[in-house]
Design a protein around this ligand. Structure first.
Ligand code: C2E
Ligand code: CA
Ligand code: CA
Ligand code: CA
Length: 273
């Protein structure tokens, strides 16, 4: 989320005027946050639209700061990327998400976001395999979400192919928001397209947004990819998405992201429903 990078340092600017000192302060705080286990994963349910059952969950990182409270990823992911901390933090996120999914009462899928920096500077394949081995999670239950900001070089594409060969699925996140969505889609056989919430938010008022959603779903079907609509907040949107043929829905209508214990209870309840 490059557009959010400017907000990344505001956390620490209250008493620091020098932007570089400010940045070092945030990086230092983030480093100790990782060491002190202040980072936590929340999980947001994803609904299978056709069956009305839970399909899986997306893992979303949070920073539980001892004095500043809960900090959202857009405020620290950029700093994590620029400092290189996204390497160890990203590895922790992968393993933690896989281990948590292993504790769920149903064998649902878990989706994990990958930063472009993890892709560039890390042996992502080794990190994923390590997370699967350590947790025992079957590869078919893991979905990796990447955005267009991951450059699909020959090397990156080869890594994605190896991951798919392991059984892991690859989703294209935030579809439609970048400048090259179409050409990007043709450079790799993604398993899933995640339709950005900006289109879902606009769909009831804007025929154009509705048209884009329908075209995306039809394109995905032709390419044998499934679709998840993000940011679904109303029954009206869900009904329209069902009619348009979207595979899955994710958003506050179904549930907000929640901590590890709450998601286990949510899944157990869904199982009994
Ligand atoms: P994303 O991958 O597009 O994640 C979806 C975001 O939409 C989440 O924000 C989620 O809380 C929010 N959301 C879900 N449903 C609704 C809804 O109905 N309405 C609205 N208004 N928002 C909804 P969050 O958790 O703040 O994450 C923001 C972004 O930070 C993510 O966007 C992703 O790009 C990044 N991120 C989150 N967790 C991780 C992570 O573990 N690793 C990496 N590399 N990036 C992460
Ligand atoms: Ca995502
Ligand atoms: Ca998204
Ligand atoms: Ca996003």
């Amino acid at each position: 989320a490059k557009s959010d990078s400017d907000s990344g340092y505001r956390l620490y600017d209250a008493n620091l005027k020098d932007p570089r000192a400010e940045r070092r302060a945030l990086e230092g705080a983030l480093r100790s946050a990782h060491e002190n286990r202040e980072l936590e994963l929340f999980y947001q349910p994803i609904l299978d639209i056709a069956t009305n059952r839970m399909w899986g969950c997306e893992a979303l990182v949070r920073w539980k700061h001892p004095t500043k409270g809960m900090i959202l990823p857009l405020q620290f992911i950029t700093a994590a990327e620029e400092s290189g901390l996204i390497g160890p933090i990203g590895d922790w996120i992968l393993e933690e998400a896989c281990r948590t999914a292993m504790t769920w009462p149903l064998p649902l899928a878990v989706a994990v976001n990958l930063s472009p920096v993890q892709f560039r500077s890390r042996d992502v394949f080794a990190s994923v395999r390590q997370a699967l081995d350590a947790s025992g999670l079957p590869a078919r239950r893991l979905i990796l979400e990447i955005t267009e900001s991951v450059r699909l070089t020959e090397e990156a594409t080869a890594t994605l192919r190896r991951l798919k060969a392991l059984g892991v699925s690859i989703a294209l996140d935030d579809f439609g928001t970048g400048y090259a969505s179409m050409s990007y889609l043709s450079s790799f056989p993604f398993d899933k397209i995640k339709i950005d919430q900006s289109f879902v938010r606009a769909m009831m008022d804007s025929p154009d947004s509705r048209a884009i959603i329908k075209a995306t779903i039809s394109l995905a079907n032709d390419l044998k990819m499934s679709t998840t609509a993000e940011g679904v907040e109303t029954e009206e949107q869900l009904a329209a998405l069902r009619q348009a043929g979207a595979s899955q829905a994710q958003g506050y209508l179904i549930a907000k992201p929640m901590p590890r214990d709450a998601i286990a209870a949510f899944i157990a309840e869904a199982q009994n429903a």
